[in-house]
Design a protein around this ligand. Sequence first.
Ligand SMILES: Cc1cc2nc3c(=O)[nH]c(=O)nc-3n(C[C@H](O)[C@H](O)[C@H](O)COP(=O)(O)OP(=O)(O)OC[C@H]3O[C@@H](n4cnc5c(N)ncnc54)[C@H](O)[C@@H]3O)c2cc1C
Ligand SMILES: NC(=O)c1ccc[n+]([C@@H]2O[C@H](COP(=O)([O-])OP(=O)(O)OC[C@H]3O[C@@H](n4cnc5c(N)ncnc54)[C@H](O)[C@@H]3O)[C@@H](O)[C@H]2O)c1
Length: 455
Amino acid sequence: MKFDAIIIGTGQAGPSLAASLAKNGYKVAIIEKGHLGGTCVNVGCTPTKAYVASARRAFIAKNSTALGVEVNGSIAVNLKTIKARKDKIIADSRTGLNKMFTSNENITLVKGKARFLDNHSVEVNGKTYEADKFYINVGGKPRIPEGFEGVNYLTNESILELEEIPDHLIIVGGGYIGLEFGQMFRRFGSKVSILDRGDHLLKKEDPEFGKAIADIFKDEGIEVRLNSDCISAKKSGDEIEVSINCKEGSPTIKGSHLLLATGRIPNTRDLGLENTDVSLDEKGYIWVTNELQTSAPNIWALGDCNGEGAFTHTAYNDFQIVNSHLFEDKKRKLSDRFTCYAAFIDPPLARVGMNASDIEKAGIKARVATRPMAKIARAKEMGETQGMLKIYIEAKTEKILGATFLGTGADEYIHTIIDQMYARQPYTVIRDAVHIHPTVSELIPTMLENIKSLE
Ligand SMILES: Cc1cc2nc3c(=O)[nH]c(=O)nc-3n(C[C@H](O)[C@H](O)[C@H](O)COP(=O)(O)OP(=O)(O)OC[C@H]3O[C@@H](n4cnc5c(N)ncnc54)[C@H](O)[C@@H]3O)c2cc1C
Ligand SMILES: NC(=O)c1ccc[n+]([C@@H]2O[C@H](COP(=O)([O-])OP(=O)(O)OC[C@H]3O[C@@H](n4cnc5c(N)ncnc54)[C@H](O)[C@@H]3O)[C@@H](O)[C@H]2O)c1
């Protein structure tokens, strides 16, 4: 069968692109080997944030005595109900996508795994599909280190199928996935141990943020072991025993369940790309131009598989970039985008742009503004004073280089900084703005009155 365009994957870029191509008269096929919606909808953002919400309710119910709220009765967490609520949210999204594809006469949904035969054709379930243009949106999957083959480990996918709360959940990896699941399952009632080979949690952040998170987690009763390289695991009776290469602490740890949260790899190795002119880097990410074109001129790559972002908003922005070159005057580019994201722990960590080590590597002369949450009236009133705010400013241009916020509501008010960076205005615009009292945001202008040289 021949189409104007074929999209592989129904993640965070493919469906919007299919709708736009179809609206502009293209005959489009969109191919999906798994559930419609990809990682974010089925095993990523949506289910984890639904679980985070349940975990926070449980935590608040158990920890509000200091605010004068006493719960005189037991608080039970029902993982079956939590899972059923999550499954319903996911089912609604999948249904919406299915309706969108099947009700559009210009879109053909093909269920199955696509494999390129050459630059202009793919094979799915023994049938050949040809097109002038291809858009690859195949996403990624968990990276499983060697040494764990002999045990029944969990990933971000299988942990979301549990219906009983684990007694003792060991988590290998102190990145976003490890931290979000770790705090969530601790709040559900599991004993939780998080192990990471690095010397601080969230290795991409300034070390002080990882240290502050480790303290918050330890206060909640989570065991955090750093400088701990987990090399293998084996069955030990009913338990799983993990062997650790470490200088301090026991070289083994036993638990009822093991979650591997050791990073992700792109779904590009079994896509038949060797039959095309598409080039991959050494980690398997697809090489793309600033406009997301691959080294084959009729093939584009969007989302996690191009290695230029690892988030839903970056995948969606990839759609916007490609779409702007297809159908809009305002041509967008990858290089216009500032990196931004949040870790949805409690309190959340939110980040945009550069951190201290990025600034040092770039040799930029910078200044910094900081404020602990403990010095913010609204945080005190809420009884949520953990964390701190940090903003970096370029000395020469007075423009904001980046910010990291750890604190209650940080995933929302980081956008004050993100928008200022996109406006490409000096930091003095926010410094001189009047914000609403009492909010955490109101202290952002105040902290910018006190900027210091970055040592
Ligand atoms: C636990 C977890 C939590 C996350 N939380 C957040 C969050 O809070 N915020 C955030 O921004 N990001 C989050 N992410 C990241 C986010 O989910 C991804 O960045 C996003 O889903 C990437 O979308 P994508 O379009 O690149 O691909 P995906 O969503 O991965 O979709 C790719 C699709 O392609 C299909 N596919 C692959 N190969 C083929 C083939 N050969 N043939 C046919 N189909 C194929 C797959 O089945 C899949 O459906 C989270 C990720 C995880 C794992
Ligand atoms: N809130 C969000 O936006 C969100 C949430 C979850 C996941 N995600 C996405 O998923 C991606 C992957 O997340 P992740 O947490 O799996 O990866 P990550 O790369 O952020 O963290 C993995 C951690 O595992 C450690 N590690 C790896 N192997 C180890 C071993 N053998 N022993 C001990 N430690 C080991 C690494 O040192 C690292 O700190 C992220 O890049 C992000 O794009 C996003």
